[in-house]
Design a protein around this ligand. Structure first.
Ligand code: 6CS
Length: 352
């Protein structure tokens, strides 16, 4: 996103005080005739702009809910920039002003320490298929659900968005290369701890401010999946992209916990039916988006691309281990069970 567009995004976020002013909605209209029930509106806030992985998930969910409920439930989607930053969106769900939202661990782990599991590098397996099975594991989901519920949220889905790729103003082949590098991180302290363990100086900031900060030299690098780097145009203001294959970006779809509990049978059934099959749908979408946009970035010729060797990855893996202690300190006994469960599933995946 160009600096000018970014400025406009921040401006919209500040000036858009009324939820209804910035939604997009082209659903089938019901309730025009006196014997038809008024449609129920579910507000759904995204941490990403239109055309993103989160947007694809929300658009598909909206289509499914409208079809299943025959227009009785309409989903209003609020793309990033129309309401607030990620932590503000989570707060809006917690206090019931928004029904549904995306909540990425990189932000929400501040509130929900258990979410920090997704920020730990070199923990989840390299295989996409094995990873999908881990994200669907019922024992793991039950442990995570308790963490989300403690924060007043219902965890509805985990959404894979692709491998995180580092972009920077220099090559990064070893933890030493991070020395003195000001790395933009998401706002949860654990993400900062990961980059600190690698030797970088972490600078937490909202997504909407990253392009300008990179362009103005306030930070030297950032980390995000390829589709996000392309749609936010970070590659225009960076020199080197490094694929470490260290951390996958996994977002959560959340609702207000009490709103979910109080749904009547019909509405809960529609919600659950709409979610069925979404993991397969979105995994295919994210793989296409990431492949296509990485190709576009390559063709732009604006940035060099590098992939770490197995030996280089091993050094980053070893250097990242102190971050696991930070996770355990914050997430406590439940965090330990979550870590053990993921480790045992990852070992099983390796044995396949
Ligand atoms: O870097 C971030 O803050 C954001 N990145 C993505 C891919 N999604 C949402 C998140 O807030």
């Amino acid at each position: 996103m160009k600096a000018r567009q970014n400025g406009a995004l921040v401006l919209t976020m500040v000036s858009c005080l009324f939820l209804s002013a910035c939604s997009d909605n082209d659903d089938e209209v019901t309730g025009l005739f006196p014997d038809e029930p008024e449609p129920e509106i579910w507000r759904f806030a995204l941490e990403e702009i239109g055309g993103s992985v989160q947007d694809a998930w929300a658009q598909e969910f909206r289509r499914r809910i409208s079809e299943l409920s025959e227009g009785q439930v309409q989903v209003e989607i609020y793309p990033y920039g129309s309401i607030g930053t990620s932590p503000q969106l989570t707060q809006l769900v917690e206090n019931g002003r928004v029904h549904l939202a995306f909540a990425s661990p990189g932000h929400v782990a501040d509130d929900i320490p258990e979410a920090g599991i997704f920020l730990l590098p070199f923990l989840f397996p390299d295989s996409d298929e094995a990873n999908r099975r881990i994200l669907a594991d019922s024992e793991l989901l039950a442990l995570l659900q308790s963490g989300w519920q403690d924060a007043g949220l219902q965890l509805l889905d985990l959404v894979p968005e692709g491998w995180m790729i580092w972009t920077a103003d220099r090559p990064i082949h070893s933890p030493e290369d991070f020395t003195g590098l000001r790395m933009r991180t998401m706002t949860a302290p654990l993400q900062a701890e990961v980059f600190r363990a690698w030797g970088a100086e972490p600078i937490p900031m909202p997504y909407s401010e990253v392009y300008d900060a990179l362009q103005l030299g306030q930070v030297d690098g950032q980390s995000n999946p390829a589709f996000a780097i392309a749609e936010m145009n970070f590659h225009e203001v960076q020199s080197v992209m490094t694929v470490p294959q260290a951390t996958r970006f996994v977002a959560s779809v959340v609702s207000n916990r009490d709103w979910y509990r109080n749904l009547d049978d019909n509405h809960r059934q529609w919600l659950n039916a709409a979610r069925a099959g979404m993991p397969e749908f979105i995994d295919e979408v994210q793989r296409n988006y990431n492949r296509r946009r990485l190709q576009q970035i390559r063709e732009s010729g604006r940035i060099t691309m590098e992939r770490l060797t197995d030996e280089q990855r091993e050094r980053f893996r070893d250097a990242s281990l102190p971050a696991r202690d930070h996770f355990l300190n914050r997430a406590g006994e439940r965090g330990e069970r979550i870590l053990q469960r993921v480790q045992s599933l990852a070992v099983d995946a390796g044995a396949d």
